[in-house]
Design a protein around this ligand. Sequence first.
Ligand code: HEC
Ligand code: HEC
Length: 195
Amino acid sequence: MAYTTIRCAAIAIVLWPLSAAAGMLEDGAESYEACALCHGLFGNTVRDKFPKLAGQPSEYLEAQIRDFLSGARSNDGGQMAAIVTELEFEDIAVVAQWFSVQDDPTPAAQSDVAGEKVFNSVGCGDCHSDSSSDDLPRLHAQHASYLAKQMRDFRDGGRAGDSDGQMQKQLLMLSDAQIISVANYLAAQPRRAVK
Ligand code: HEC
Ligand code: HEC
């Protein structure tokens, strides 16, 4: 009896610092639960204001979280900026990993042939393809209106996350109508599994 008590106490002492540090918020919830309200617990929300995070490479997710934190990305209406300051430094990798391994989101039903032509003719696929490196976002099966907003933000200078203005250079060529068309095409493609 005494031995069991001592053993349990010893285990608790060994485990306590781990559980307090590994991705937990102060109230004991997992750190990614703080994201669920807007992005869904599995990174797959139906509300198109909030990007689907499921199946996005963890490297890209981490980079965006760091950009919201530093203010390098500020096109979120302040919502992300408010939440990321609540994360401990080590939580950034935990939340990014959580969303990156969730099931890929379901693509939209209706594609856009004109959008596919624009995407291919201006060379978007040079960077955004199935073999893209993990610091590039997956665009397939994302909400169309979120994608269109990001493209307009890059084009008009509201989002400057890419270091040498690659995205802006590409998007200056596109009209609002072409942007919507490209977004509808991308939203309807299956997302490549990155696991
Ligand atoms: C109150 C709502 C809200 C909460 C809570 C929230 N987010 Fe966001 N998040 C947003 C909005 C809005 C955007 C899109 C901003 C835009 O339109 O550019 C966003 C964008 C992002 C992006 C960029 C995605 C991409 O494809 O570039 C990442 C990554 C992200 N959020 C991660 C998180 C994580 C991790 C958490 C939890 C720690 C979280 N968010 C909590 C509202 C929220
Ligand atoms: C030279 C490489 C390159 C080319 C070409 C390129 N992109 Fe990008 N794109 C990037 C990078 C890098 C990012 C991530 C920027 C960041 O870290 O914020 C990005 C981000 C995006 C995003 C935001 C995704 C998200 O989840 O928030 C969209 C949408 C996008 N690109 C669409 C396009 C379209 C459409 C084209 C063609 C007109 C295009 N890109 C051409 C490099 C490129």
